[in-house]
Design a binder for this molecule. Sequence first.
Ligand SMILES: C[S@@+](CC[C@H](N)C(=O)[O-])C[C@H]1O[C@@H](n2cnc3c(N)ncnc32)[C@H](O)[C@@H]1O
Length: 241
Amino acid sequence: METAKLIFDFLGPDPTEMRQFIHDVWPENPDANVLDLASGNGDHLFGFIDKPVASVTVVDNSEEALRLLLERHSNHKQLISPICADLGTWACDRKYDVVHMGDNSIQMFASYKDQFNIIKTMASCLSDKGFGLLNVTPVTERQIMEYCVEPKRITTVKNGGETVEVFGQIKVDVFNQDLIMYFSISRDGIEEGRSTCRCRMLLKHEIEEMVKAAGLKVVQVRHRKLKRGNDSYYYLLQLNQ
Ligand SMILES: C[S@@+](CC[C@H](N)C(=O)[O-])C[C@H]1O[C@@H](n2cnc3c(N)ncnc32)[C@H](O)[C@@H]1O
């Protein structure tokens, strides 16, 4: 089982629900050249790839995720251009009509500076009338309390005669706004792997500060209460000109 998949599923929003959310907030434009930042394996791309768009450029630093994305969206492959790059250093050399960063990915960038750099990248890639779509889905207090205590079983997979169990735990450092997720995988009761994912919990007022400092403005904030209890937000951004 892929670690990225577990991280995605652990406290993250349900992909089907989020696809619908993206679908609903999508700024319709059949001529749009779209940029999807931290696209992953394309789960959330299902939220808009069936919309009429001119092209979709996807950027992620995982070759494996991009390979999967192209495989899953092979029926749209003429529309999709993949770029394997680290968004911390990637410089965009053209303008896009829609720049999307979904799935709370911004919180996977572990410092204020890194998160601000992503917003600046969004601004630098946007065309004059283009829209930035930024999703933030904070974890709930209940999730923090529930997962902070001790490792909790996230899933059990029975494969032939084998039982694979995945455990997760989170630790929160409120002063640094850090949320660290720990995972361990056991096969037939024997631990065989561990991994960690560090997130920085982005606060609402910080989003507004960063957006403004990057030369953008919040045009609208769309909200959806997810089944899992989380509040998910899409910020619709435009250049402040
Ligand atoms: C929460 S996942 C997004 C999953 C995606 N929305 C999907 O539909 O599958 C975050 C993604 O950010 C990517 N990522 C993390 N740090 C990155 C970086 N520095 N540069 C580029 N991509 C990065 C990971 O590889 C991962 O695919």
